[in-house]
Design a protein around this ligand. Sequence first.
Ligand code: NAG
Ligand code: NAG
Ligand code: NAG
Ligand code: NAG
Length: 482
Amino acid sequence: MAPKSTKRIKKEQTNINVNKIGTKNGLFNLCLLVTSIVAVLIGLAFFQFYVSFTTVPELPNFDLDKWWGPNTTKLQDTSIRHFRIVFTGAMQENLRVLFDYYRGRRPRAKSLNESWSYGVHSDALGQFFAHWQFKYPFRERVRYLNKFNHFKTNIQGLDIHFVHVKPKVDKNIKVLPIILVHGWPGSFRDFFEVIPILTTPRPGYDFVFEVIVPSLPGFVYSQATTKTGMATYEIAIIMRNLMRRIGHNKFYVQGGDFGHTIGSHMATLFPDEVLGFHTNFPVNFSKLAQLIWVFGSIWPTMIGGEHSDRMYPLKEKLSYLIEESGYMHLQGTKPDTIGYALQNSPVGLAAYILDRYMIFTNSSNKDTVEGGLESISSTDLLDNVMLYWITESMTTSLRLYKESFVNSETEQILGRVPTTVPTWGLRMKYELVHQPDWILKWKYPALLGTTTLNVGGHFAALERPRELAEDIFIAVKKFLKY
Ligand SMILES: *[C@@H]1O[C@H](CO)[C@@H](O)[C@H](O)[C@H]1NC(C)=O
Ligand SMILES: *[C@@H]1O[C@H](CO)[C@@H](O)[C@H](O)[C@H]1NC(C)=O
Ligand SMILES: *[C@@H]1O[C@H](CO)[C@@H](O)[C@H](O)[C@H]1NC(C)=O
Ligand SMILES: *[C@@H]1O[C@H](CO)[C@@H](O)[C@H](O)[C@H]1NC(C)=O
């Protein structure tokens, strides 16, 4: 009996021992379990994060015939009509009266120091104003603006204006259609020095271009919609329908600024129609790209490679972007408020536009009185200001920012869908943001190459027409071989 009970006791003791160890072990196991769960959760969160950044979303359905014009029961006029630009005597007289008024109210606040730190410098604006009053050759400029053929045609209810230049060449030279898309605060005028180069045969190339330069809806001579929702992808559809109206079902696209975004959307939405996409704003600011940019500051050369000095130091670039993007926030939220204010005064309009040309052509311009505007002809800049002024289109042009902000979800989706269209990027020295090729390839897997220049800024067409045109030739030669 005794040994049995001893055994039992032993067993019980053992059990007790086991239980004792079990309490310690249990705590340990619990810790292990909690840690594992937390680890798995963190892992899942990272995975979710990664997936949300890298999965390719489905392209939404777009209405390719959406009606943007006023409601009408009339049959749509699909003809292509000739158009000429006029600066009437009345327009000139109206400006003269406003100029007199402006002169009469001087002097006013002078700039505080020898820089554009507080915005437009009063001396530079004064000089620009003097040029407008006394030196801007109205009649000659109207002749200049009319040197190419202008047309209008109704697309989806809106009268869309465009310049169309067909080259005259021998039969052995191919003629390739290309659409050049401007941005803000630009216009079709930006491309006037680019067009003659693109339409003239070059040694080493067996093609030239048939050039189409539209005005975006709501910009200068293109009718604005009275409906909401005209975001960049809706303009991309209108631009594609314009090319079809002209008779081109396959064509090349070039753009910078909004022209880049619109061109990029055209390549994404119509990969079988866009033969190649050339951009002088080669960026795609996806969330992943932004994240990598921020973390890349730990090791700039690994992320940016040869472009690291254009992307970093991060703090400097970020504070530049913050200081210089206020206009975007304003236009993206209250375009009409600023638009009506600008449309009320020619000099006010000019001041607002000049500030953008100053900073985006060369960020160091800010530290000078002249703002670097002496490097772009005042007459060229004034052509653009005049076009916005006489067409009273500043407000409707600014709404594009609002529509892009409001519809940013769809913009994001389009920005994340890669396009098979062969693509080429031109990086100007003072572009606002830079991205290396390997990041660009997420969005543009058929990125055939990029050119990096040590001159110029955001407005390549206006600033460096020769370099831009040459780069388009180089790119399209590569596209043809692809
Ligand atoms: C125009 O047509 C649309 C759609 O049919 C309608 O929602 C809108 O109220 C109409 N607008 C006017 C001004 O009649
Ligand atoms: C002008 O003033 C601003 C603000 O105080 C300052 O940051 C800038 O360096 C000054 N520039 C010059 C050229 O004095
Ligand atoms: C940029 O602007 C600064 C100041 O105006 C000037 O010294 C510099 O040469 C400009 N850079 C280029 C590449 O034109
Ligand atoms: C780049 O990507 C972002 C985010 O994915 C998107 O919102 C944007 O429209 C894209 N930009 C262009 C020019 O395609």
